[in-house]
Design a protein around this ligand. Sequence first.
Ligand SMILES: C[S@@+](CC[C@H](N)C(=O)[O-])C[C@H]1O[C@@H](n2cnc3c(N)ncnc32)[C@H](O)[C@@H]1O
Length: 211
Amino acid sequence: MNLFEIRDECRRRLNRYTIKAFSMLPDIDKPLILDAGCGTGVSSLALLEVCNGTMYAVDPDQASLEWFKEKAVSLNLRDRITIIHDTILKPALFDFNFDVILAEGLLNVIGFENGLKALVAYMKSNGFLLIHDELKNDEEKRRYFKSINLQLMQSFELHEDVWLNEYFYCLKSKLESTRNPLADAELKEVEENIRQPENLRSIYYILQHVN
Ligand SMILES: C[S@@+](CC[C@H](N)C(=O)[O-])C[C@H]1O[C@@H](n2cnc3c(N)ncnc32)[C@H](O)[C@@H]1O
């Protein structure tokens, strides 16, 4: 197994939470979806399995996107996915808007407020935004949603036990058993995360753009 396969296999165990968040939206026929910060597209592919929509997926990480493209081709999904090598912070990356935007693990990387402003610019009026973020500064974030016309429909948290049992222990055991020398640095990072589980808590926010 290469490192992408290992990461994907463990990441897929969390797909049910992405699908849970998506299932909280009203039914939309053929939704146009943006996966911002898609990485290797594990959640993009999960959403395409449960709806009849089309997807744009954006990430600046070329290696992850190459791997994502290979999977999209082998699943015969290229006509439903457009994979874009770029930053979501680039102004006017799209000249159209989306029914649903998914941002998992993105805002803690690019900055909450700036990142959110960039995402809101691509939402249809009354469109939806699914954010999966670290569970930090929750009250402040909820206030910020209101200030930019995002209505919080629902939210749910992932406890550290979910992260440990469903993701990090999986990564640890697979990285330990691979002979890939590049796995060592990643294994150290994983062990660091396991030592501080309280930092792993995360939250999904299910939001709608209102005028
Ligand atoms: C924690 S990973 C999450 C990947 C994927 N969404 C998932 O949940 O498995 C964060 C991703 O954000 C991407 N990213 C970082 N800066 C970005 C930017 N400016 N625009 C879009 N994506 C970005 C990274 O390359 C990385 O793939």
